[in-house]
Ligand binder design. Sequence first.
Ligand SMILES: *[C@@H]1O[C@H](CO)[C@@H](O)[C@H](O)[C@H]1NC(C)=O
Ligand SMILES: *[C@@H]1O[C@H](CO)[C@@H](O)[C@H](O)[C@H]1NC(C)=O
Length: 404
Amino acid sequence: MLVTYLLFVAASLIKEISATAVFAHFMAQNSYSYSQADWANDINSAANIGIDGFALNIAANDYEVPKIDDAYAAAEAHGNFKLFYSFDLSYSWDYNVMATIVAKHANSSATYRWKNNVLVSTFSGEAQGDAWWAAFKNACKAKGVVQAFPSIDGFFNWWSWPDDTNTNLTTATDLAYQTAIKTRTGPYIMSVSPWQFKELGGGNNWVELSDTLWKYRWEQAINDVKPDIVEIVTWNDYGESHYISDINPRVDLGTLAPNYVNGFDHSPWRIIAQYYISWYKNGVAPKLTNDQVIFWYRAHPKNAVCSGGDVPRNSAYPVDAVFAMALLADSATISLDIGSKHAQWNASPGVSIGSVPFPPEDSQIPYIQIIKNGATAKSGYGSVYVTKSCSYYNFNPFVGHIST
Ligand SMILES: *[C@@H]1O[C@H](CO)[C@@H](O)[C@H](O)[C@H]1NC(C)=O
Ligand SMILES: *[C@@H]1O[C@H](CO)[C@@H](O)[C@H](O)[C@H]1NC(C)=O
């Protein structure tokens, strides 16, 4: 899963940009059955939480190209939503074809521009081979990243999870790329992701420690890195479990991903995104007007033996617990229960996080409460039971939420 984004700028054009923008990575491959209305839906849903546009991950010069025409039509109709391409070079591309695709909408009002230039990003993935990317990363480190790539003006570091290690992600790589790109005209684009888990057979079975990533990664962006652009990884990559969009039933998830995606809603993560997007853009945490708790948890303890799939790489890393983030207007006690386990904390206005471990009892469901002045102001349950039996190795969390 060693993947790297290179970013470059092409074709000088019109229009100013804001220095802080938030994009979400959109898998155009998943638009096969999309109508323009589906695009409009996604665009409205993203724009509602402050996302400025989509980075369109395009894998091939086929059905995706006319689907992207619909995306442009929907974004133009919205009037305040931008698009740029992220060519997926783990597939074979002819750069002349890429140039034609970019030129087609280059003058659209929905085309994102960085310092008047059309911004184009690329993705190259595991198809290049792990050794090739490891060598590339070493070469980048040795050379200060960009000297080896004079055509690159900016940089997007796709990597937004701990890398096969039971430690939290640091900003070291982000700061190194950001420093390396300072002499260029392009932006440093920092990726922020909520989760990483894939269970698609062959060698494609892994999880990265993501328990509290959606909180601390945003705070790294806001407090430490302050990148030119944040790119949320992703809007709709279901197979790697980092989608924050609704699960659109019109998307073909293939044969294996439905085992861990169907029923595992992530949409409440957008509430957290909205909070941090506002903070990132305005430089101050937004004032909250109600009390909310967003919680997430896996459906099985990590040592559960399942009848289908494979034990993912790094399965020992995630903590067996229900995690919960409070976004509060007023102080409250946040209470978490599951089976015989209980946890609570007194939370101040703003953001805080807590967790309760999975209980010894089987088939339990979390119960979450916001308590004020000794009385429950709001409570709710998860929608998925935590069970020790399972038909597929699933480390993708269910995300729920309660609000006053
Ligand atoms: C965009 O518009 C400009 C000015 O009208 C024109 O010169 C240029 O050729 C157009 N570019 C494309 C790719 O159509
Ligand atoms: C990661 O950070 C969280 C706080 O965000 C902390 O509770 C947790 O212990 C850390 N995990 C590791 C493995 O250091």
